[in-house]
Design a protein around this ligand. Sequence first.
Ligand code: BEZ
Length: 219
Amino acid sequence: MEQELNNTVNQMPRIGDIAPDFEAVTTKGNIKLSEYAKDKWIVLFSHPADFTPVCTTEMSGFAQRKSEFDALNTELIGLSIDSIHAHLAWVNNVRENTGVYFDFPIIADIDMKVSKLYGMLQPNESETAAVRAVFFIDPNKKIRLVMYYPLNVGRNMDEILRSLKALQVSDKNGVALPLNWVEGEKVIVPPPKNLEEMQERIDGDYEEKVDFYLVKKSL
Ligand code: BEZ
């Protein structure tokens, strides 16, 4: 029985998995993930608790940069193990205090169902609050990138948006993105998988070439 509970709590969807489906109550009505935001990317993220300081800065960050997620064809879904009443009160309180409005659904995961499904509940960090997770889910509902942060360290909104952009640029152009890549910089031609591709990298007229396995080009 204890083993069963641990398995449920420790389930962690991995990169490449289809995002586990769920139905949930949110601040924007009920959501069933498999039917939500068809043909769009989804950034599903958790925060430990409403009315706490780091979480307030993070949620405000998502809200203030929502237009950038919109421009990347991406819907935001927040989550915490709080009631819908707490969510509504917090949304209203932050709006009254700062003018920032959390205009995206926030899941009230009071029964911890979604948190457990997504490995957001990590008992050695907290048995009652979700860690700061971010799941990047593509339009095929496949998980493409996962971030987990502890309770006491806020995330970096530039990095979340950069990662999302990088995934989309990689998909569209069949390229990889190097360390610290940001939009406009050169991208990496994927390493060769056979001798023919290796020769193509050796002979090709690329803008930057360290060797056949590290070749960059502009888009
Ligand atoms: C915070 O958001 O400030 C916070 C939430 C839970 C635990 C620690 C910090």
